[in-house]
Design a protein around this ligand. Structure first.
Ligand code: G
Ligand code: G
Ligand code: NA
Ligand code: MN
Length: 254
């Protein structure tokens, strides 16, 4: 796909859509929220996954345009949930170049300005561990902007970077997401099993909530439960779905 030439049109014609994957709280056994994952309903290519286009947007103005679309959509959806009396959280992913850009603080304050705090409380920003390790001064500043706006912060794909314990301790994140490569091999591979245990213990000792991503089997779920993981997300429960289907799924989940 010739991505950059088509993004303006895609935004104008509303070809980008967020899909929602449920996060299951292992303490209560219920749906606590969703991760929003972008898709491109491309007129010729069909439904495109982020792997097909996101990296082409990095370090262009479009990373920001798409990021703003994602933030605004998530805020709208949380408002819809609240109107339905549903207390779900929504987690969003932001591109590293947008998160680290000079525009980011204004984009957050601009988007969250008119939002009631009940909405901001339920929005979670996922930052890749590798992004958090980039320019640490900017990372700390921009995470503070998010915290001051009342947003939650989650460290995504944790275990794939190399955060020092001291740096990890200072990051203002409430949640850690264990990368799905470790969860996928949790049962068959003893090394990955020990990595998952280590991440869980580390997160627990720093009072961070833990989310396992890529949970596919009952065996993985059982192991995660026995290790005290707080939340699970993955095909075992549901793939990412269009909003209406995700809501319907959550309605019938027990
Ligand atoms: O479902 P999946 O193919 O959606 O997602 C692939 C990758 O793309 C994941 O690592 C996910 O974090 C990332 N991703 C999904 N949606 C978004 C988004 O809206 N913005 C950014 N920057 N990354 C996203
Ligand atoms: O971490 P990211 O934000 O990278 O994670 C979302 C990606 O993982 C998306 O591509 C999503 O479709 C995919 N995904 C979600 N659940 C599962 C799962 O249980 N197994 C696998 N293999 N991929 C999953
Ligand atoms: Na993510
Ligand atoms: Mn992830």
């Amino acid at each position: 796909v010739r991505v950059l030439e088509q993004v303006d049109e895609a935004l104008a014609k509303k070809q980008f859509e967020l899909y929602y994957q449920p996060k299951i709280n292992y303490r209560t056994g219920s749906v606590e929220g969703f991760e929003a994952l972008i898709r491109w309903n491309h007129p010729e290519e069909g439904l495109l996954s982020p792997a097909r286009f996101l990296e082409h947007l990095e370090f262009t103005e479009y990373a920001r345009q798409v990021g703003l679309f994602v933030m605004e959509s998530a805020v709208g959806v949380i408002c819809e949930f609240m109107n339905l009396g549903l207390p779900y959280t929504v987690s969003i992913n932001l591109s590293p170049s947008h998160f680290l850009s000079e525009h980011f603080p204004d984009d957050i304050t601009g988007t969250m300005n008119e939002c009631p705090h009940e909405v901001r409380d339920r929005l979670i920003i996922e930052i890749l561990e590798t992004t958090a390790l980039d320019d640490t001064t900017t990372v700390m500043k921009n995470l503070s902007v998010c915290r001051n706006a009342g947003l939650g912060i989650s460290l995504d794909d944790f275990g794939t970077g190399y955060s020092s314990l001291n740096y990890f301790r200072t990051l203002p994140a409430q949640e850690v997401k264990i990368d799905r490569t470790f969860v996928g091999d949790l049962i068959g591979n003893q090394d990955n099993s020990m990595i998952v245990e280590a991440i869980l213990r580390l997160s627990q000792s720093f009072q961070r909530r833990t989310v396992a991503e890529g949970v596919e089997t009952a065996e993985q779920e059982e192991r995660l439960l026995s290790l005290g993981c707080d939340v699970g997300q993955g095909y075992r429960y549901s793939p990412p779905l269009p909003l209406a289907e995700a809501l319907e799924w959550a309605n019938t989940f027990t």
